[in-house]
Design a protein around this ligand. Structure first.
Ligand SMILES: [Zn+2]
Length: 405
């Protein structure tokens, strides 16, 4: 065993002397020591130091094949003539108080790009917590302060991380695709720390995409009075679909015991599908048409939904204004309660819906990230540590770490 190998393969400074190699319980242990003439005071760096005993520390480093490998370092206790104090010699290949070398940390981070925490832990023969700690410190250094300076277009949305129990409010920079904020809970309170963080940069924000939620709308209006508010069109259609589903359910239960009931049954998904996505082989188009034929209110609501989609593909804002006006008129004249109610909701959010023609943004990109967050959550037991979970979310756009574990 030579110093050069220790230096080149294990990053051990050549100031250390190699003493011997021990083999214990299948582990490899290199014993090293810095001679006194290579030692300096750990506080003032003076080399006027005297040996005052020693202590031993064992530090994990890169494995050799499948064998766990350790550096056993005999550390001098040094009396500094300058400081007049006895201190322990500093270790220069590991962070203070860590039981592994910096090289080991880097190796863990490399492996983490392709493996789960659990996989890395079992491969290296350490606990899950060691790997998690290494990841957390790295992520903390890199991502604890997401960039908010250049924000111009943002999207805000909530995601449910435990069904109906726990929510996170997420803000995305739509120009870079970076998640710039993750807040606990939903509604305006969950955004308070975000407004504080962007205080100095608020003026740059031109437009915000959100869904039709009163609390987000007022939070944005209060905190970004100059920004345009865009009601996300996916959320509008989604809400309409929910209402359409309940309409079908109530119409269907009113028909119980008749043959119309059977025709309506099982059409829920067909009603929500884009007409061009209906499956020919499964006769979906025909089934849907039959259902619509026997039930006029359902048919009206269905065609109104398909029609509403056109609102976002008008030539310009003027045409869109006309289109919406006409749609609302027809909805109100339909006599169908669900449509009339929905028309009122749309009318209330009219400005935000039409603002799409000023800034064509949506919460769509955030939706994709939300799915990734859900995968992250589902596969990662141990995310009771919210701080770690949030760091992982901030790092999502880099995709350096696997989404699992
Ligand atoms: Zn000193």
């Amino acid at each position: 065993m030579s110093k050069t190998l220790l230096y080149n393969a294990f990053g051990i400074n050549s100031k250390y002397d190699y003493l011997k190699t021990d083999y214990e319980k299948g582990n490899v242990i290199f014993v090293i020591k810095k001679p006194i003439y290579n030692c300096q005071c750990s506080s003032c760096s003076s080399d006027r130091v005297k040996h005052r005993g020693s202590v031993t520390r064992v530090i994990r480093t890169l494995p050799i094949g499948k064998r766990s490998t350790f550096i056993k370092v005999i550390l001098n206790r040094l009396e500094c003539k300058n400081c007049g104090i006895i201190r322990q010699e500093k270790i220069d290949f590991a962070e203070p108080n860590k039981s592994y070398t910096r090289l080991f940390e880097r190796y863990v981070l490399e492996l983490s790009r392709a493996m789960t925490i659990l996989d890395v832990a079992s491969l290296l023969g350490v606990s899950w917590h060691v790997i998690k700690d290494i990841q957390q410190r790295y992520l903390g250094k890199k991502y604890s302060k997401p960039p908010v300076k250049g924000l111009r277009h943002i999207a805000i949305d909530e995601i449910s991380i435990r069904k109906g129990h726990r929510y996170l409010t997420v803000v995305m920079d739509l120009d870079s695709g970076i998640i710039v904020y993750v807040g606990d809970g939903k509604g305006s309170d969950s955004l308070i720390p975000f407004w504080k963080r962007i205080r100095r940069f608020k003026k740059n924000i031109e437009a915000v995409a959100i869904d039709m939620s009163v609390s987000y709308v007022s939070a944005v209006q209060n905190n970004l009075p100059d920004a345009k508010l865009i009601i996300d069109h996916f959320h509008v259609i989604k809400l309409f679909q929910d209402k359409l589903s309940s309409l079908r359910t109530s119409l269907q239960s009113a028909l119980k015991g008749t043959c119309e009931y059977d025709i309506l049954k099982g059409t829920r998904w067909l009603l929500l599908k884009n007409p061009q996505n209906l499956n020919e082989k499964k006769n979906e188009k025909q089934k849907l048409e039959e259902a619509l034929l026997i039930n006029k209110p359902l048919a009206t609501a269905y065609y109104m939904k398909e029609d509403l989609r056109q609102l976002w593909s008008q030539e310009n804002k003027e045409k869109a204004i006309e289109f919406l006006k006409d749609w609302l008129k027809r909805a109100k004249a339909s006599g169908i309660q669900m449509l009339m109610k929905f028309a009122n909701t749309l009318a209330a959010y009219r400005t935000g819906i039409l603002a799409y023609y000023d800034h064509k943004i949506s919460t769509g990109p955030l939706e994709g990230t939300n799915n990734k967050i859900k995968v992250l959550k589902r596969n990662a037991y141990g995310f009771r540590d919210m701080g770690f979970f949030k760091l992982k979310i901030y790092a999502l756009h880099e995709a350096k770490f696997r989404l699992v574990g």
